[in-house]
Design a protein around this ligand. Structure first.
Ligand code: PLP
Length: 228
């Protein structure tokens, strides 16, 4: 369900990629981190085919999508060489389709979904990497496990369901300083021996990198404002 962006311009998307990559590199240097330890996930939800093509010509190969169906429309016909990451909530009845398309599912947050993913992977012979989403702000409307339940969810997903849990992900509350949330997620990752930390969006990816993000999920700073 792509929407045409009236302000679309392939050259501005290319400029945006150059700028964001530069900001990531500068922030890494300031934080004493090697830039190769931070992956830019381009969030391509709602984007038109022309915008996806512009991102590909800018050399981008890692994309985040938040709906399974839309991700198929965007990428199924040009899947080769890409890393696709599901960053939106997943319903158990879409687990099969999800494991057949995505390399990484960032939004595991309940046992029922852990079981559905394990079953789907067994059935399809796929082995998808998984992140546990943590609701660091304990917001009632938001997906993710509560911080106090994160360790148990990680252990259960690994030990009971055999999932390849490689990290954690969070979306801090929009109206708060994200830094305490980023620090909390980093602590949870470290205490569980997890190396992948997906945090930071267009407005706060630099702060996230300073707090240890390995994957930043950037949409509007690359593609322009979404016009949903
Ligand atoms: C849409 C979305 C993003 C990107 O947001 P921007 O502010 O446009 O960079 C990142 N993460 C998730 C989970 C999203 O749904």
């Amino acid at each position: 369900m792509s929407v045409t962006n009236p302000a679309f311009s392939a050259s501005s998307i290319l400029e945006n990629f150059t700028a964001v990559r530069g900001q990531i590199e500068t922030t890494c240097h300031q934080a004493g981190r090697d830039p190769s330890t931070v992956t830019l996930t381009a969030v391509s939800k709602t984007q038109a085919p022309e915008a996806l093509a512009a991102a590909l010509s800018a050399g981008q190969r890692v994309f985040g999508e938040n709906r399974v169906q839309e991700a198929y429309q965007h990428w199924a016909h040009q899947r080769g060489g890409l890393e696709l990451r599901l960053i939106g909530p997943l319903q158990t009845n879409k687990a099969l389709e999800a494991v057949e398309l995505f390399d990484v599912i960032e939004t595991l947050d309940r046992e029922k979904l852990a079981k559905a993913l394990a079953d789907a992977m067994a059935k399809t012979g796929t082995s998808v990497r998984v992140l546990v989403q943590v609701n660091t702000g304990a917001e009632p409307q938001k997906a993710g496990v509560l911080p106090a339940d994160a360790d148990d969810m990680i252990a259960m997903a690994r030990d009971t369901y055999g999932l390849n849990i490689e990290g954690v992900m969070c979306i801090p509350p929009v109206d708060q300083d994200p830094v305490p949330h980023f620090r909390m997620l980093k602590t949870i990752a470290d205490s569980n021996g997890l190396n992948v930390i997906s945090m930071g969006m267009s407005g706060d990816f630099e702060a996230a990198i300073a707090c240890g993000a390995t994957h930043v999920r950037v949409g509007s700073a690359l593609f322009g404002q979404r016009n949903r």
